[in-house]
Design a protein around this ligand. Sequence first.
Ligand code: WT7
Length: 637
Amino acid sequence: MHYSFQIDSYEGYKAAYGKSVQQPEQFWSEIAEQFLWKKKWDKVLQWEFTTPDVKWFINGKLNITENCLDRHLASLGDKPAIIWEPNGVEEPHRVISYNELFFKVNQFVNVLRNNGVKKGDRICIYMGMVPELPIAMLACARVGAIHSVIFGGFSAQSIADRLTDANAAFIITCDGAYRGGKDIQLKSIIDDALVTCSFVRTVIVLNRTNTPVSMIKGRDIWWHEEIQKIEVQGNPVVPAEEMDSEDPLFILYTSGSTGKPKGVVHSSGGYMVYSTYSFVNVFQYKQGDVHFCTADIGWITGHTYIVYSVLCAGGTSVMYEGLPTWPDSGRLWDITDKHKVNVLYTAPTAIRSLMAYGLAPLEGKSLASLKVLGTVGEPINEEAWHWYDEHIGKKRCPIVDTWWQTETGGIMISNLAGITPSKPSYATLPLPGVQPVLVDEQGNVIEGNDVSGNLCIRYPWPSIIRTTYGDHERCRLNYFSSYKGMYFTGDGCYRDANGFYRITGRVDDVLNVSGHRIGTAEVENAINMHTGVLESAVVGYPHDLKGQGIYAFVIMDHAPDDADSIKADIMQTVSRVIGPIARPDKIQLVSGLPKTRSGKIMRRILRKIAENEPGAVGDTSTLLDPAVVEDIKNGGL
Ligand code: WT7
């Protein structure tokens, strides 16, 4: 599939960027015309950032799965859409052609319809990285149901919170998931979540690991048995539901600075257009390219750059089950060679952890098929950038450092591979259609170059967050109220002398642990549930592999006899309440926390202590009890 919006020179980038700012509606209209619509839009854009209210391709009708599947069948039907590598190397990989994917998605659409799923229903998907996961997502999209994929590392409590927030009556899950040497009991975790979620009517269970599962009569059904029923019915091909451009495509929960994750809602039309536009341009997609994004589909990176954009472009998407270090740390390189991967898109944390194994795992790996490398999720340090460049890209593959967020739907600031300049540790320049602005704490726009500030975006792009599910006011407060007339990203940013952007990290109470977003308030809430805990404060600290580690200061109701065992128990509580990804790396038991006279915790001070720079805590005279700081400094872990 060739899109004529593909930029092929730096000049071309500048021209496209200029047009996107001067004539945004004309610009996006010409791009959107290259997709398959059931009915064209009447108006390109209507927006204001106060409420906020943003609509793209108004009254346009489409189904994204017709763009991912139907449109390619005639020309690419036998070409691989998905290549899947299982966790166990002895198990054969699977290649699913566009024809097969179309067939399987239709089968599962029939399963959903047989079970009463209708347009607008919310369906929670909690599965491992198996091909049935994208099949389930595409089937939801085809019937117009809104999927909410939950990462396999979240606990029963986190699932229950998300199910309740979305009022989801349907769940699609697996008996278990393989992850390295472990077999994670997904269905059992769902069973725990459902204790408090009686509104869930149907749970469809894919058999993956043959682990024993409890199947409740009238509620739990097997994927394969439902498919058998469809086969008896003759596998009817059903037309894709007609979706309005602004109908929600999916909800994806993400952490913020409050204790409760929010359901980011993406639209059908705008998300399709922007995700594909960014994919084709950033990675410089060429027909037949094999794209390997190592993310989990439970995160936005997987939604956009394993599933929707790659398929809209007619590409081949490699997905794998397991871990980069299983069965050994040559895993990603083996997959690259085996499937002749052209584009490898991964996270700095993965690069750093593989770097730590040295060069031995690279021996005998060719990596000659690679053309483009990408990173996402957190700032990449120069050391990791150069290692990636030298040892993986062999200095012949451009590296794209892609900055974006769950809320932006697609890549916002990045170089375009081989087309616009790259600079280690810089995301560089905004994509056409993206207007970044740096602002100071008072909200004044900072003009000029060689300046730092908080990163905002001043004009809508097609895949901007539309709302937070069930609570539009929260969307306004979180993103559109800090700076008038602008979307606030929560990130700090530096713009260098040439106007290149470098993301410096979050400026709110959000941590980035191994590229996963975790709210400090969420972790504190979980810690505070532990028996004996009076209060806690969580901050991030620099961690060699994870980027940021989680450091918790905890006040107990009495001094424990065995502090180590209490700390281990608190860690276990956090794993239970949120999931293993939020487990603190360090816990310090303290007698008090540094608070202002109004009772606000001074995190700046705790951060300095966690960063092991106690000398830099600065002025403590405004604290209610400055002596607390000395106690914490002397206390140690
Ligand atoms: C936060 C968004 C978007 C996919 C993965 C994470 C950080 C993301 C970069 C980058 C520096 C980055 C930001 C952002 N981030 N990409 N290339 N350089 N920081 O999605 O969970 O929504 O997190 O990740 O802090 O706000 P997310």
